[in-house]
Design a protein around this ligand. Structure first.
Ligand code: HEM
Length: 478
């Protein structure tokens, strides 16, 4: 093929060059998104955006570095998908609470599977509203009074199954929970979806969760469901039963394939489908297990490395509880325990980001936000910002004392998110963690060992803050 009559290029080469040029124009157009909105941010790499930073540094470190460089509101790219990062407390309050109706949904940056579209964490609009109002009663204080420690509690509140995580670390529930959460982003379909978001309509399944483990939970929940339906007894009081009741009450049980009316009333009428029951049972389990167990791990580490704080906490527990077992009611009266858990959540927040999506064109404190934009909050940047926390690297429960608590700048401490779409399991998580710490300190002294990593290295490639090399501590019986 002649080019401008000057030289000739083989047709196949010409086609390749044109395709490359078109692809470059595509990615440049996508990545000029924040320039068009006049929002600052680091220069993205064509197609990858800032994925390379995420892989190299992990979410918390990347967010902190970028916040230092670009301030409280800047744009980044996950592939070609724009993400607005916000750490301004006023903007966060507007988005999570005051303008909630404009930010009701989480972004579906990458659609994992159709199956998980039915999960409360992912569901949108009226569908989410229906799921949230159906599932919320599970976490009433009466329910909380009847449960015990993390894995057992979640299996018990969620599935009505007996799991003994304390004495059997090989329990299939534990093994599969750990496996399911080994989320991998180095997957070709996942990267393609990030580079060409439009392809997501065609790429229906992006298996970033371990499918074998997900199948394990699907089977476990199906058996629990079948058992309930056969037994027809009203003795179960967990959330699986609540979900089953949700469609029994209304009588009109919908087919999973049926196209449902998106109005809230229509959802209420049709009750929950089998897929919704299954997806939510699994999501509750996954959302609950790793977060709570890591909070407990880091709380134990903080107490082991701060023996004076541990002694003061034990004194409070002994004075208030004596030899009584920790319960829902008595642990929530322990002020210093609350301060210690909050400070652990500040330093080692299991959740690293909160995300919302604009459901319409709007503005947030004067910043123009187009419909569909992912707006994310970096929890770690907020929790370590020297503007709000003096000497943030220091473990200091006094920050949360009754005297100091009121001085904490609102919307700078967000371990459980905020607004109507905050963590539905917050009370359960706090109760389990506080009961576990109280029981531990009544019976043991928590000590470091020669293997304890101080400070612990954090696994940066996971969505949840956890120690990279496990946590080695010693327990000395009292
Ligand atoms: C220390 C433990 C936990 C932490 C730090 C934590 C943190 C969070 C955070 C930050 C969010 C996002 C909130 C937002 O976007 O504003 C969230 C959502 C959620 N959490 Fe938790 N969580 C914990 C334990 C649990 C437990 C025990 C359960 C259930 C048994 C649970 C179930 C959920 C669900 C279902 C959502 C989505 C809520 C919705 O979209 O309506 N979490 N959690």
């Amino acid at each position: 093929m002649e080019v401008l009559g000057l030289f000739s290029v083989p047709t196949w080469l010409m086609v390749i060059l044109v395709v490359i040029a078109l692809l470059l124009m595509y990615t440049i157009h996508k990545q000029l998104y924040f320039k068009r909105l006049e929002i600052p941010g680091p220069t993205p790499i064509p197609f990858l955006g800032h994925i390379h930073h995420l892989i190299r540094k992990g979410v918390p470190d990347m967010d902190m570095e970028m916040t230092r460089k670009y301030g409280n509101c800047y744009g980044t790219f996950f592939g070609n998908i724009p993400q607005l990062m916000v750490t301004d407390p006023e903007m966060i309050k507007q988005m999570l609470v005051k303008q909630f109706s404009e930010f009701t949904d989480r972004p579906k940056t990458i659609r994992i599977t159709k199956f998980f579209d039915s999960a409360i964490t992912v569901a949108q609009g009226d569908h989410w509203k229906f799921l949230r109002s159906t599932l919320s009663p599970t976490f009433s204080s009466n329910k909380m009074r009847n449960v015990t420690f993390t894995m057992d509690a979640i299996c018990c509140t969620g599935f009505g199954l007996q799991v003994d995580s304390q004495s059997n670390p090989d329990d299939p529930f534990i093994k599969n929970a750990k496996k399911a959460l080994n989320i991998s982003v180095g997957n070709v379909k996942f990267l393609l979806a990030a580079m060409f978001p439009e392809l997501q309509t065609f790429i229906r399944e992006i298996p970033i969760l371990d499918q074998e483990a997900v199948d394990f939970f699907i089977q476990a929940t199906k058996s629990a469901l079948a058992e309930r339906r056969e037994a027809k007894s009203g003795s179960y009081r967990d959330f699986l039963q609540l979900m089953i009741n949700a469609h029994k009450e209304e009588g009109t049980y919908a087919d999973d394939d049926e196209e449902n009316d998106l109005r809230f009333d229509a959802y209420k009428k049709r009750g929950m489908t089998d897929t919704e029951v299954l997806a939510n049972a699994i999501i509750f389990f996954l959302a609950a297990f790793d977060t709570t167990s890591n909070l407990l791990t880091f709380a134990s580490y903080c107490l082991a490395t701060n023996p004076d704080i541990q002694d003061r906490l034990r004194t409070e527990i002994n004075e208030e509880l004596g030899v009584s077992k920790p319960t829902y009611d008595n642990v929530f009266n322990l002020t210093y325990l609350d301060m210690t858990v909050n400070e652990t959540l500040r330093m080692y927040s299991p959740a690293q980001r909160l995300s919302r999506m604009a459901v319409l064109d709007t503005t947030l404190c004067g910043v123009k936000i187009p419909k569909g934009l992912d707006v994310s909050v970096s929890v770690q940047s907020l929790h370590y910002d020297t503007k709000y926390w003096e000497n943030p690297q220091k473990f200091d429960p006094e920050r949360f004392s009754p005297d100091n608590k009121d001085r904490i700048h609102p919307f700078t401490f967000l371990p459980f998110g905020g607004g109507p779409r905050n963590c539905i399991g917050m009370r359960l998580a706090l109760m389990e963690t506080k009961m576990a710490i109280a029981a531990l300190l009544q019976n043991f002294r928590i000590l470091t060992s020669p293997e304890t990593e101080i400070p612990p290295k954090i696994d940066k490639r996971r969505g949840i803050t956890r120690p990279l090399n496990g946590m080695y501590l010693r327990l000395e019986a009292l």
